[in-house]
Design a protein around this ligand. Sequence first.
Ligand SMILES: [Mn+2]
Length: 234
Amino acid sequence: MKKLALLYDLHGNLPACKAVWAEIRKEGIENIVIGGDLAWGPQPKEVTRWVMELASKPGVWVIRGNADREMAERHGVREGLSDWVAEVNLWCADRLSEEELRFLGNLPEKVALNVEDWGEVLFVHGSPRSDAEGIHADTPNSGIQEMVKGVTQRVLICGHTHVCLDRVVNGKRILNPGSVGLPLGTRGASWAILGPDVEWRETMVDPERTARDFLATGVPRAEEFAKHVLDMTR
Ligand SMILES: [Mn+2]
């Protein structure tokens, strides 16, 4: 395939998903990888339905993040989540139907695809070893080598940290497109296109409207989600 859009860490933010989707349509990109952590956030049902609809189209691949697994299994504090993460997780799980929870739980953990100019590319949520472990700018090379042990592909796409990354470790290119729904360090929804090279994209989403939508959902700590959206754009 030629061009591939990378959408990671949607985190229950439907306005951001829709804004990014509009850009993908405009660019005429037909292939998309959605890299997990779909529903944990203010609009879990809306975003899960949106992804389920997309996933029924050809050229769309969805992988599972730790948050999708934890939601499908209704993890709480007892399973090791922090108070806040657990509270939001269980609130989200209560909003999803059994079918929607099964969709999240049954997603594949990784996918490998042939992309023109890139060869075979491996897509994971966190690291190839664990969906709950992130590869950061300051993760030592030796640590990364342990995480990618046995990976034959020379290009690895990962998420989970919500921060954009472009590193080469031991001949492997490691890219993180950042987060669509809960980005860190950017002013807009963060995603990327794998074309002849990697194109880093940032899509602005109306912050006031999104914050209002989030407050109306009744998600636990709604003010924090709203504040994140507003702070990001300052
Ligand atoms: Mn994650």
